[in-house]
Design a protein around this ligand. Structure first.
Ligand code: ATP
Ligand code: MG
Ligand code: MG
Ligand code: MG
Length: 564
């Protein structure tokens, strides 16, 4: 591909809308553009990377014995009523009507659609087991789309579904998928962990694992033992944790804390051992209990103090009106005192760093105008209640300590069992002619989220550094001056020869200053760079690996021989 003709709009500045490293780099390097909140266009380079990811996922799914099909995104609401999820899925479900007023949804996931298909087509044990998958656009009206592709409202997912005659069969199907997911993570060169998880809205009675890619901006927290192989997401770790402790009436979690008097944000962040921007999350974190209680810090400009209020959340969607911590947790009046809840946190400095997380004070009426974003943050973390703390003893081995780390959920697999087959009536006749519910599993991986997660782990101060398997092109040829006949001829020649070998190569044939070309090359992150400059007349070029400092001067022949 010739760069002069490529739709590759790179940006010099970090766009204001960027709220994570991957988001910023993908915008700056011309991979994606936003059309609406949580809705993105993939520009040519972005599309190429997405395809590579799709291909890796396809290969691993095929290898695991799953077959590709394509289900509709547009689905009748009736089907969702049958499964009970039309209401239960809540506001995230995108709903619409056709011209006759019939109700439809845009699929956020496809258990209903696939179960309905299998119900109609599979009736005998002889047709089982069967596993299918699709790569398709999903729609979820996320309350707070953010971090670019990481939390979109329209996004690309691979979802697979297995159908077995019995639980032993499901165990086999599940472990094949588990292995496929591991292979995908490794092929994408991700630092990740497969962790025990709960089933969430998808539901089901069997086990579940999440594949978490470690990243500071991740919205998930992994608790992993430093001694045994125990690893669970924080919700799961918290629920197994509570087996050892009496059920907490919310407030008991507070009781465990010995909070010193906290007067400044500095003291608070020091006490909690978090950067100020994580304050809101951390408060939710430490104040957790069995009750869905979230706490938000609010500013009160009149007394110039921060106050803490608790919210009670319904299943993850709507929040009740603010209530006091005592009301929310059922703790006796005054109980919250030691926690600092009633302790005014006196503002002795600018709180601008906190404004993202809270409705800050200091500025007249700031908190009044910005309360709703703060509430959004609370709801988006309503699932975060936890009573596991960093460094506590691992419940599994009782020997090691639990270490908490942040990460991004890129994949999630579930043993569904008969939840959907029962609801929707998908059954088969067994060997003895007896009717049985089909045993299901489902397996999701966010392909567009994966793209961002890879960038989150693969960049330096100059731009993206793609793992070879995912780069949009394998080689980037840069003639320093296209006006120099010798340089451009050599560049063209190399370009032709590499292309003939089937190597994906990008030729920067633009009439730009070298500085601009190199900056763009660093931004877009192609792994192998060939610079053709003054030594072109001797058939010598410069070879550089993206992300490495060494520059090798080699002959054109040598360069060609490096790409089989
Ligand atoms: P999250 O907890 O981040 O909201 P989820 O648990 O709701 O994700 P699943 O229903 O398990 O997601 O869907 C399977 C996969 O789809 C997720 O592991 C993730 O990779 C991807 N995914 C889910 N929601 C989004 C989204 N809004 N944008 C991009 N990818 C998503
Ligand atoms: Mg979700
Ligand atoms: Mg999740
Ligand atoms: Mg999930």
């Amino acid at each position: 591909m010739r760069q002069s003709r490529l739709l590759l709009p790179t940006l010099r500045e970090v766009p204001a809308e960027a709220d994570s490293a991957s988001h910023a780099w993908l915008l700056r390097a011309g991979y994606i553009r936003q059309l609406a909140a949580g809705v993105y266009t993939y520009l040519p380079l972005g599309r190429r990377v997405l395809r590579k990811l799709e291909q890796i996922v396809r290969e691993e799914m095929d290898r695991a014995g799953a077959q590709e099909l394509l289900l509709p995104a547009l689905q009748p609401a009736e089907l969702w009523r049958e499964s009970g999820r039309y209401s239960r899925y809540g506001a995230e479900l995108m709903r619409l009507n056709d011209r006759h007023g019939r109700e439809f949804v845009l699929g956020p996931t496809h258990e209903e659609a696939i179960t309905s298909l299998v119900k109609g087509e599979v009736h005998s044990y002889r047709k089982l087991p069967v596993s299918v998958y699709q790569i398709q656009t999903k729609f979820r009206d996320e309350r707070r789309p953010r971090f670019g592709l990481l939390r979109g409202r329209e996004f690309l997912m691979k979802d697979a579904y297995s159908f077995d005659a019995d639980w032993a069969g499901l165990d086999v199907s599940y472990s094949l998928m588990y292995q496929a997911y591991r292979n995908i993570m490794e092929r994408c060169q991700l630092d990740y962990r497969a962790v025990d998880a709960d089933s969430g809205t998808i539901g089901g009675e069997g086990g579940s694992h999440e594949f978490i890619v470690f990243a500071g901006i991740g919205e998930d927290v992994v608790a992993a033992c430093d001694h045994c192989d125990y690893a669970a997401n924080i919700e799961k770790a918290s629920s197994s944790h509570s087996v050892n402790t009496p059920p907490l009436p919310g407030g008991a979690a507070l009781e465990k804390m010995h909070t010193p008097e906290v007067h400044t944000i500095e003291e608070l962040t020091q006490f909690l051992q978090v950067p100020p921007e994580q304050l809101i999350k951390t408060l939710i974190y430490v104040l957790d209990g069995k009750q869905p209680v979230a706490v938000v810090v609010r500013g009160d400009h009149e007394v110039n103090e921060l106050k803490v209020q608790a919210y009670v959340g319904a299943e993850s969607i709507e929040l009740a009106d603010p209530v006091t911590v005592e009301q929310a947790t059922g703790a006796p009046p005054g109980f919250a005192g030691p926690l600092g809840l009633k302790i005014p946190i006196l503002l002795d400095r600018d709180v601008s760093t906190l404004r993202e997380g809270i409705a800050g004070a200091n500025e007249r009426d700031y908190h009044l105008r910005h309360v709703s974003p703060a509430r959004d943050i609370v709801t988006s973390h309503i699932g975060d209640f936890r009573n596991v703390v960093d460094g506590e003893t691992c419940p599994n081995c009782q020997a090691g300590k639990l270490k908490l780390s942040r990460g991004i959920e890129v994949g999630h697999i579930f043993k569904l069992g008969t939840k959907y087959s029962q609801m929707l009536g998908a059954s088969y006749l067994d060997r003895n002619g007896k009717q049985q519910d089909i045993i299901m599993g489902c397996y999701g991986i966010g392909i567009s989220r994966l793209l961002s997660a890879v960038v989150e782990q693969h960049y330096d101060e100059r731009g993206i550094v793609w793992p070879a398997a995912l780069a949009p092109y394998r080689v980037h040829i840069i003639p320093v001056s296209v006006k120099d006949r010798q340089q451009i001829e050599l560049a063209e020649q190399l370009y032709e020869q590499l292309a003939r070998k089937g190597i994906e190569v990008l030729l920067d044939d633009r009439e730009e200053r070298p500085g601009i070309k190199f900056n763009d090359a660093d931004l877009i992150g192609i792994p192998n760079r060939i610079i053709i400059g003054k030594t072109a007349e001797h058939g010598v070029i410069e070879f550089i690996k993206r992300g490495k400092a060494e520059v090798e001067k080699i002959t054109v022949e040598e360069a060609l021989s490096r790409f089989a």
